[in-house]
Design a binder for this molecule. Structure first.
Ligand code: BG6
Length: 509
C-alpha cells in the first residue's frame, strides 16, 4: 500500500521526488559491502536531507562484524561524508543517527535473526516505524535463500493489519534461466510479487526514464521509430575502470551476466517497446515483457557475438594491469570483461532491424548511450563527392556521463560548393534544467519505501532476459577462452567484425 504524509523538512518547491515515504525503516544485509557504503547509505542521507524520509526513519545494519550501534553509526557517517550528493547538515544527521541500529550475526544464526525481530519491535515503539520495514539484500546471491527463509521463519516477512514488509534484491538475480526461475519461486512463496523489488539501478537514472518521455510525449519521433526508417540500434555501456578488488563478485560472472542480462536488456526494452496504455506499473512492465519475449539472439554466434578479456595497457596516461594480473582472479580465468551480441526483435515494428549490445571494462572511456541509427535517404540529388562526409542520421540517448540527447543529420558546409557533412544538434540536461538529477539509488530506495514498483523488473522480465542470454552463454562455454584486448582500446577485433560483416560500424563515442 502506498502512503505519504507531510514532512516538515521537505522543500515544497522540489518537484523531482515529490512523494514522501510514510513511517518506515530499512534493514540492510551486507552492510559492510562497497555498494552499501558508496551508494545505499549516501542515498538514504540524501533522501533525509531533502526531507523525503519520515522523521522516525530507522536504518538497521546486519552483518558479522562485532560492532555496537555506535560503530555502525560511525560507518554510516563516514560513508555519507565521503559519498553523499547533497551537503552535510548536522541537524539532518542528528535525526538520522537516532534511528541507526546494528544487529550482529551470520545468516544461519537463528539467534541473530531473533535479535533483529526484537530490534524492529523496539524501533516500532521508540521511532514510530509502525511495523513497516523493507529488507535490502545487498549480499552474495548464494545467501539470498538463507536470508529469505530466516525472514519467513521469524515472521518478519509477514505484515500484520496495516503494516507492510518488502524485500529488495540486488543482482545478479540467478545465473541462468533455470536458477532465476528457482529463485523467483522461492522468493514468491514467501513474499508476494508486489512486495518484491528487484534492483536494476539503470532504471533509476533520469536519462533512462527520459526514453519514455522522449518517445511518448512527442509527435516528432514515433512515426519514424520502426524498421521502415531505422537501420539498426546500438546500445553501448563502456567503462574505463578495471576489476581490481571485485574478483569475488565478478570472476565466473562476466560482462554479459553482470550488465547485459539486466541494464542493457532493460534499455533495449524501453527503446523498442510499444506505448503503454498508462504509466501504471503493470502497464509499463507488461509492455517491456512483451518486447523481451519477442527478442531473440541471432546466430551464428561465432560471427554475431564477441567476447573479450582485457590485458595490460595504458589508460589515461597510466599503466594498468590485465585481468589475470588483478588480485583474486584465477590465473586461467576465462571470465569475459567485454561482451557484444546481436539481437533481433521479432515484431512488425522491428522486423529486420538488428539491435547490437556491447559492454566492457577498461575500454577507451566511460560512456553509456543508445544510438538509433537511421537508413540512408533513398535518393541523394548531389554529386557523389558532395556527400562523402555524410553518414547516417542518428538519435543518441546519452545516458552518461554527459546526459542528454543528440541528433545527427547532414548539413551544407558554408561555401560556394554544395558539400554536405554530418552535424549534431544537442539537448543537454546541464543546459536545459537547473535541477540536478537525483542518484539512481535515491529514487529507487524511495520507491521501495513508497511501494511504487514501476522501476523494478518483474519476475517474468528477469526470466525472459535470461532466456535471451542463455543460448549465447552456452555457446561461449563451449568455445573456450575469450579473446584478449588491450586496456584502453574498444574491445577485441571480433567485435569490429560483428558489424563490418554487414557493412556497419560501432560508434566511437
Ligand atoms: C553495476 C555493475 O550494476 O553497474 C558494475 O555490476 C558496473 O560492474 C556498474 O561497474 C556501473 O554502474 P554506473 O551507474 O556507474 O554505470
Amino acid at each position: 500500500m502506498t502512503r505519504s504524509w507531510q514532512n516538515p523538512l521537505r522543500d515544497e518547491r522540489d518537484k523531482r521526488l515529490p512523494t514522501i515515504a510514510g513511517p518506515c525503516g530499512l534493514v540492510i544485509f551486507g552492510v559492510t559491502g562497497d555498494l552499501s557504503r558508496k551508494k545505499l547509505m549516501p542515498a538514504i542521507y540524501d533522501l533525509a536531507n531533502r526531507g523525503l524520509l519520515p522523521p522516525g526513519f530507522s536504518l538497521v545494519g546486519f552483518a558479522r562484524r562485532d560492532w555496537a550501534d555506535e560503530d555502525f553509526s560511525q560507518v554510516v557517517h563516514d560513508a555519507v561524508k565521503e559519498h553523499a550528493r547533497t551537503p552535510f547538515r548536522q541537524e539532518v544527521w542528528d535525526q538520522l543517527v537516532e534511528g541507526c541500529r546494528f544487529v550482529q550475526g551470520s545468516f544461519d544464526d537463528d539467534a541473530a535473526f531473533d535479535n533483529l525481530v526484537q530490534t524492529i519491535q523496539d524501533l516500532d515503539q521508540v521511532r514510530g516505524t509502525s511495523g513497516n520495514h523493507a529488507f535490502y539484500l545487498s549480499i552474495p546471491p548464494a545467501a539470498f535463500p538463507k536470508v529469505i527463509q530466516q525472514l519467513a521463519r521469524t515472521g518478519l516477512a509477514e505484515p500484520k493489519n496495516h503494516e507492510w514488509r518488502r524485500v529488495v534484491i540486488e543482482k545478479p538475480f540467478g545465473h541462468d534461466l533455470t536458477s532465476a526461475k528457482q529463485l523467483n519461486k522461492m522468493v514468491n512463496e514467501i513474499f508476494p510479487e508486489e512486495s518484491v523489488f528487484r534492483i536494476d539501478h539503470y532504471l533509476g537514472k533520469e536519462t533512462v526514464q527520459n526514453i519514455m518521455a522522449f518517445r511518448f510525449a512527442n509527435q516528432l519521433f514515433e512515426p519514424i521509430w520502426n524498421g521502415n526508417y531505422v537501420d539498426h540500434v546500438q546500445i553501448t555501456m563502456a567503462e574505463d575502470i578495471g576489476l581490481g578488488g571485485r574478483a569475488g563478485y565478478y570472476d565466473g560472472i562476466g560482462a554479459a551476466r553482470d550488465v547485459i542480462q539486466n541494464h542493457l536488456l532493460q534499455l533495449l526494452a524501453l527503446t523498442a517497446m510499444e506505448e503503454p496504455v498508462s504509466f501504471d506499473p503493470q502497464a509499463v512492465r507488461a509492455e517491456k515483457a512483451k518486447i523481451l519475449a519477442a527478442t531473440k539472439p541471432v546466430g551464428p554466434f561465432s560471427e554475431t557475438t564477441a567476447r573479450g578479456q582485457y590485458t595490460g595497457g595504458w589508460q589515461g596516461g597510466q599503466k594498468v594491469p590485465g585481468l589475470l594480473q588483478e588480485g583474486g582472479f584465477a590465473k586461467d580465468s576465462i571470465t569475459e570483461t567485454f561482451a557484444a551480441i546481436e539481437l533481433a526483435v521479432d515484431t512488425r515494428r522491428w522486423a529486420g532491424v538488428p539491435f547490437y549490445l556491447r559492454t566492457g571494462k577498461r575500454l577507451g572511456r566511460r560512456v553509456t548511450e543508445i544510438a538509433v541509427v537511421f537508413k540512408r535517404a533513398p535518393h541523394l540529388p548531389f554529386d557523389a563527392t558532395s556527400t562523402e562526409e555524410l553518414g547516417q542520421n542518428a538519435i543518441v540517448f546519452r545516458v552518461q556521463p554527459d546526459e542528454g540527447v543528440t541528433m545527427r543529420f547532414g548539413s551544407k558546409v558554408p561555401g560556394s560548393t554544395m558539400e554536405v557533412r554530418d552535424v549534431n544538434m544537442d539537448f543537454s540536461y546541464g543546459h536545459s534544467f537547473t535541477e540536478s538529477s537525483p542518484e539512481a539509488y535515491e529514487r529507487l530506495i524511495l520507491d521501495v519505501l513508497l511501494g511504487e514498483p514501476s522501476l523494478f523488473p518483474k519476475n517474468d522480465e528477469v526470466e525472459l532476459s535470461w532466456q535471451i542470454l542463455d543460448p549465447i552463454m552456452k555457446a561461449w562455454r563451449a568455445s573456450g577462452k575469450p579473446e584478449p584486448y588491450q586496456a584502453g582500446t574498444w574491445g577485441p577485433a571480433s567485435a569490429e567484425r560483428m558489424l563490418t560483416r554487414t557493412g556497419r560500424h560501432w560508434r566511437r563515442p
